[in-house]
Design a protein around this ligand. Structure first.
Ligand code: UDP
Ligand code: MG
Length: 339
């Protein structure tokens, strides 16, 4: 049994050594819990760092066989870096972690214990965000509330990327072809048995945050558009209701003008044509939205469903192949092979 820790890093020359040192004892405890022969890998994904990060990683990897790294050709963002790590990780369980020790390594053995007890996804939930600024807390809360109002699969609140994923879950996430990646949404979408471990979030150990408001905003938009087509669909309803009211008022105006005569010359005819056109336009935008929403869903080429197990493969003993079979159809096989 192997345990992979994926650590996306961007300009973290001050944090890497501290992280590697701090995680050792907890990693050992986690491996001890798994049992004899358990091994770990620390897989760093260098997300286009421009400081001494690449040299530090090279040195570490040469010295310690447990440490691997992947370097991306430029800064692709944490979501892409994490996706690269998930595809390269070899472990039976994979844990993405931040390098700044904000995801406390002492939680690691707890995550592993829940995994050994049978959970396929072990979420690490922050019970205390007091180390984040007020603004970040407020926007984060607002974001989770908004996305869970519309998302088809609820995204657990206060759970970041720090969580343990079983190999079957990692394979399922890797098989999703979409490029606008919002990992927290994907982890929730694939399903499987989930357990939760609580922790309180530490302050950054060294260096400074790589997130700017603009980037977080972009991530939030990606998250919402990747998880739901609700923003497109609401126009069908808003358009429909507005058109209905407009048509009703137009009907009333026609009736009123015919029965009581013209009060203001031109008012009825102009009003009726404006309302008719407005109503028709809103309605047609809504219909367009329905189709665009379907196109958005189709181009993502997510599998229809993910199978966790079945009678044919269970208990035969002879076939240790992957226990997750992802439903395949021709349409998305190329993506999978590219991955
Ligand atoms: N990170 C990355 N690419 C980016 C931004 C961040 O790989 O474009 C890494 C960063 O090095 C760190 C982790 O993602 O290991 C979390 O970043 P940070 O601590 O700056 O985010 P915060 O905790 O402030 O949300
Ligand atoms: Mg951080």
């Amino acid at each position: 049994m192997h345990l992979s820790i994926i650590i996306p890093v961007l300009n973290e020359e001050d944090s890497i050594d501290t992280f590697v040192e701090a995680i050792q004892p907890h990693l050992m405890r986690a491996l001890a819990a798994i049992g004899p022969g358990a091994q770990a890998e620390l897989l760093f994904v260098d997300d286009g760092s421009t400081d001494r990060t690449p040299e530090i990683l090279k040195e570490l990897a040469a010295r310690d066989p447990m440490i691997r790294y992947v370097r991306l050709s430029r800064n692709f963002g944490k979501e892409a870096a994490l996706a690269a790590g998930l595809r390269r990780a070899r472990g039976d369980a994979v844990v993405p972690m931040d390098v700044d020790l904000q995801d406390p390594p002492e939680v690691l053995p707890q995550l592993v214990r829940e995994w050994l007890a049978g959970a396929k996804v072990v979420n690490a939930r922050r019970v205390d965000r007091s180390t984040d600024g007020r603004f970040k807390r407020l926007t984060a809360n607002g974001f989770y509330r908004a996305i869970n109002m519309v998302s088809e699969t609820p995204i657990p609140e206060n759970v970041g990327d720090f969580r343990l994923l079983d190999r079957t879950v990692v394979d399922a996430v890797n098989s999703l072809g979409e490029t606008a990646r919002f990992n927290k949404g994907l982890f929730a979408w694939v399903g499987f048995k989930v357990a939760t471990v609580d922790y309180s979030r530490a302050t950054r150990a060294a260096g400074e945050t790589k997130w700017r408001f603009r980037r977080l905003w972009g991530l939030a938009i990606d998250g919402i558009t990747a998880s739901t087509t609700a923003p497109l669909r609401i126009w069908t309803y808003i358009g429909g209701v507005t058109a209905l009211i407009a048509f009703a008022y137009a009907g009333f105006l026609i009736f009123h003008t015919l029965s009581t005569g013209v009060d203001v010359p031109g008012y009825a005819s102009i009003m009726v044509s404006v309302l008719m056109l407005g109503g028709i336009q809103l309605l047609s935008i809504g219909i367009l939205g329905e189709y665009v929403g379907r196109i958005a869903k189709e181009v993502r080429q997510r599998p229809l469903y993910i199978v966790e197990g079945e009678s044919d493969s269970a208990g035969t003993g002879g076939n240790p192949g992957p226990s997750t079979t992802v439903h395949e159809d021709k349409a998305w096989t190329p993506q999978r092979m590219r991955a």
